[in-house]
Design a protein around this ligand. Structure first.
Ligand code: ADQ
Length: 480
């Protein structure tokens, strides 16, 4: 079996107290089950940056990491990754910025990482690149002569071409993505948006069907691979944590109030301000709920050196403060807002104790918290998930109470409905969503992706359309 080489912006060595985010959880699951090499940034910024990768081995995974220089952190990471690609791919055009120098830094970091990866590669490797930080990595590796299979999975949404066009280098980026052998997306609409962009950049003849793109006679396969969770593991974690001190303390702190929970990285894409306002509206229009429910929002700070993140943080503090100031009683705090990490198991225990889970991003590639909330529930008395239609997870979790995250009144009504949903209905919705979770769990996600990446294109039906007809069509277009 080939060795798997995973490449991601952030590589985290498993350590007690680490709270890995969505991408890391998925990659770690793939690496743990198959072993291999995990290569990327170690999260540190130093001048000068590490000249060579630092290598560690844990269980059957080798970790090879590099640091970033302060200039790279500013221009590549905070700049092009977090102030250009992240807002654009999540459709936040207000927050979008483009600077040539930051794009140059993005290319240079991709080049530097490719150069350091080269000597670590073996002849039988399969390379799996993750996310928007490394869209041009395959191009850099190919230019150095690498012919191994290289796949890319995009964890965040892929925007429609009409938004993507605002990025001056969009054609170049799309083109470089076509140096991968397989490009995977969370949902069908992300894939459709990518193929629409490819048609515009390379001509309609390059795409036929939705499983392949033809580039200079070579087939680049594309597909949908919704990321999932390890359902049994989450269930075990939730059960175990429920008996532990942190959960018991949380339950004591509720003094009998019913819990509504939100768990997110603090990011403007997660819709937290709208969520706080919807809760305020819910308490205003349903005064009987006051002093009976408590909303706990856990949101550890992320990317706090990017301006937009500092702004959302202060807006949230003000909104939570206002709601609590207006409505709190001596024995009741309506919103408990915590900017900190918890061990994963503890979070699953918190979720199991919550009759309502609130996952209302303004845009999200998938959202694993939605899936974890369902998996963590007690099947005989499950909680209700309120889920944004703009999260990738909404495509699978159709039995959640789906809401428009910009519709404050709609979300407030959903809270009322969730707290009062009869048990029978909750059980039936939960069963159906649990089935969906098991169909697309984290093992299915990585094994489907890697199987396809390891197979030659002809064996998988990718680019099964008539390549010669497609070439004729693009020649005809050039002359018309
Ligand atoms: P994120 O937006 O980071 O990642 P998300 O899907 O929301 O990820 O998952 C977050 C993960 O971090 C969950 O496993 C959650 O339990 C954990 N987590 C969150 N807050 C925590 C806390 N306070 N303490 C400990 N753990 C915490 C990107 C995309 C998503 C996509 C994932 C995976 O933006 O759309 O679902 O990758 O592909």
């Amino acid at each position: 079996m080939s060795r798997i080489v995973a490449v991601s912006n952030r590589v985290m060595l498993p350590r007690r107290g680490n709270a890995p985010g969505g991408l890391v959880v998925g990659v770690l699951a793939a690496m743990k089950s198959r072993g291999g090499l995990w290569f990327g940034w170690n999260g540190e910024v130093e001048d000068p940056c590490t000249p060579e990768p630092t290598v560690h081995r844990r269980d059957n995974v080798t970790y090879a990491t590099l640091s970033l220089s302060s200039e790279e952190s500013r221009d590549y990471y905070q700049g092009f990754c977090n102030s250009t690609l992240w807002p654009l791919f999540h459709y936040f055009l207000d927050g979008f910025r483009f600077h040539d120098a930051q794009y140059e830094s993005y290319l240079a970091v991709n080049r530097r990482f490719a150069q350091h990866l080269l000597p670590l590669l073996r002849a039988d490797d399969v390379i799996w690149v993750h996310d928007y930080h490394f869209l041009p990595l395959a191009r850099q590796l190919r230019q150095s002569g690498v012919q191994l299979p290289i796949g890319m999975f995009l964890h965040i949404p892929f925007p429609h071409i009409d938004s993507l066009r605002v990025l001056p280098v969009h054609a170049e980026l799309i083109d470089s993505m076509l140096d991968f052998d397989l490009v995977g997306f969370q949902t069908q609409s992300d894939l459709d948006a990518f193929l629409a962009a490819v048609r515009v950049v390379r001509g309609p003849g390059s795409v036929a069907g939705d499983d392949g793109v033809l580039v200079n006679g070579r087939c680049v396969r594309v597909g949908v691979f919704p990321i999932g969770v390890d359902v049994d593991l989450v269930q075990q974690e939730a059960l175990l944590a429920q008996r532990g001190e942190p959960c018991q303390r949380m339950i004591r702190g509720l003094i009998g109030k019913r819990l509504m929970i939100g768990v997110d990285r603090l990011d403007y894409s997660k819709g937290l301000v709208q969520r706080f306002k919807a809760y305020e509206q819910f308490l205003e229009s349903h005064p009987q709920a006051r002093n009976r429910v408590t909303y706990i929002q856990i949101a550890p700070l992320s990317r706090s050196d990017v301006h937009a993140y500092a702004a959302i943080r202060s807006e949230l503090e003000q909104t939570a403060g206002r709601v609590n100031g207006r409505l709190a009683e001596t024995d009741w705090t309506p919103i408990r807002y915590l900017n900190r990490n918890f061990p994963h198991g503890t979070l699953m225990g918190f979720m199991r104790n919550a009759p309502v889970g609130l996952v209302t991003p303004l845009r999200d590639g998938m959202n694993l918290v939605a899936k974890e909330f369902i998996a963590a529930q007690d099947p005989s008395d499950p909680g209700v998930l309120i889920l944004s239609t703009l999260a990738g997870a909404a495509r699978e979790l159709t039995e959640a109470l789906q809401v428009n995250p910009y519709d404050i009144r709609g979300m407030a009504d959903a809270m009322e409905r969730a707290f009062n949903m009869p048990r029978e209905e909750r059980i039936q919705r939960h069963e159906s969503m649990l089935r969906a979770l098991r169909r697309n769990d984290v093992a299915a996600w990585h094994s489907r992706f890697l199987e396809l990446l390891c197979q030659p294109a002809a064996a998988t039906g990718g680019c099964s359309f008539d390549a010669e007809a497609s070439r004729r069509a693009s020649r005809a277009r050039r002359w018309s």
